[in-house]
Design a protein around this ligand. Structure first.
Ligand code: PLP
Length: 406
């Protein structure tokens, strides 16, 4: 038998595409984490200060989440055994949905396997081909994919531009289809906050459905991390609130919050819910424990924001372009360091890694051409000493590469 290792001619276009990436200097190898996610950890055998994870509150390895996962595994096993609608809805899945709904102050909640499937499954099932989706140009890929799957007409408004969104609403006002306005609560590449309150007012004015994706806002923005709707005091004005359990919550999953009817509808129509197996009980148990910690240990969120303010100020003082000029400035623990070219950005990221700082280089097509950046993310668990050491390294390496004036 021949092995399947070699690329056959019918797949040669993949090799050509990879060659192109190598020539542009943006080809990457996956960095492998040797231990657990943390503010300092070991990737590919090298100890680094970690400015790349979404483990905002350190919950990925909080003892209470660990213990909850182990206890649930001992009691209920490692798998749910079916999709939710067949035989795979466990008591603990229902408890988690009730917990999240109460936390978010909504009627009901449905948990999906990931934030990606929550977005894609929801947008695609609540709209059809005669409808319109008004989407911020920097919205997450899972929203874009969901919009495409819905076959609705997609209208993109300029980033955070509420007036542009209203212009489009006026243009399509006489069309019979439903209108959906959708924005990220926090934009993952720039770290700025979506104008959720103002868009919700527009939605009300034009009778549009309002939806927000709070993946990077869950556990970060609002009281005890309730998200962007709470941050803007827009309770009752947002029909569909998506969140993730994979970032600040520390485990895995996504959820949709809204009215009882919305959730019952998604139980019947959202394809990832219907056709993909539910979480292992350990994941649901970890997430339940995480929501308790959000209420019991608010000091984690306070530390996250204190670290964020300090780190941002120091980066600005050092002369880095953190996005204040060409794009709206970051307002969250995500701080981009704008470099421009993809090649320089990836070189900077690699040099930082060699010097003991893990900060991901992000280039086209994830961000627009010419807007490549090294993205940093602060957590509640970084100590002041680690942050200072990271800053010192960032400055030293940037000067060496001529990215900062010496
Ligand atoms: C990470 C992210 C998602 C996907 O969440 P997962 O739970 O990781 O699948 C969706 N939307 C936005 C804006 C994100 O940043």
């Amino acid at each position: 038998m021949t092995t399947a290792t070699a690329t056959r001619p019918q797949m040669a276009h993949l090799t050509a595409a990879l060659e192109d990436l190598r020539e542009r200097g943006t080809f990457f190898k996956l960095r492998v984490l040797d231990d657990q996610q943390g503010p300092v950890c070991r990737y590919d055998g090298r100890e680094v200060i970690n400015l790349a994870s979404n483990n905002y509150l350190g919950l990925c390895n909080h003892p209470k989440l660990r213990e909850a996962a182990i206890r649930a595994t001992e009691r209920y096993g490692v798998g749910s055994g079916a999709v939710r609608t067949i035989a795979g809805t466990m008591r603990i899945h229902m408890e988690l949905e009730e917990k999240i709904a109460a936390f978010k102050n909504v009627e009901a909640c449905v948990v999906f396997q990931s934030g990606f499937t929550a977005n894609a499954g929801t947008v695609s099932s609540i709209l059809g081909k005669d409808d319109f989706i008004l989407s911020d140009e920097l919205n997450h890929a899972s929203i874009i994919d969901g919009a495409r799957l819905s076959k609705a007409k997609i209208k993109v408004f300029r980033h955070k531009d509420v007036a542009h969104c209203e212009e489009i609403l006026q243009e399509v006002a006489s069309e019979p289809g439903r209108k959906l306005i959708i924005t990220d609560g926090v934009f993952s590449m720039d770290g700025d906050i979506g104008p959720v309150g103002d868009l919700a007012v527009l939605a009300e004015k034009y009778g549009a459905i309002m939806m927000v994706d709070d993946a990077h806002a869950s556990g970060v923005l609002g009281r005890n991390g309730r998200g962007s709707v709470d941050h803007f005091g827009a309770h009752g004005m947002v029909d569909v609130q998506v969140g993730t359990l994979s970032k600040a919550i520390g485990a895995l999953g996504g959820y949709v919050c809204g009215s009882r009817d919305l959730i019952d509808y998604l139980y019947h129509r959202a394809r990832p819910f219907l056709f993909s197996t539910s979480h292992p009980p350990s994941v649901a148990a970890s997430c339940l424990a995480a929501f308790e910690i959000l209420e019991d240990e608010p000091e984690r969120i306070e530390r996250l924001w204190a670290n964020t303010r300090y780190f941002k100020q120091q980066l600005t003082d050092a002369g880095f372009d953190v996005g204040g000029r060409s794009t709206p400035a970051s307002e969250t623990p995500i701080t981009p360091i704008l470099i421009g070219g993809g090649r320089e950005t990836m070189e900077f990221s690699r040099a930082l890694f060699e010097a003991g700082v893990m900060a991901t280089g992000i280039a086209f097509p994830t961000v627009p051409e010419g807007k490549a950046r090294v993205r940093t993310i602060m957590t509640s668990e970084h100590t002041r000493e680690q942050i200072d050491r990271a800053l010192e390294t960032l400055v030293r390496v940037a000067k060496r590469l001529d990215l900062l004036a010496a």
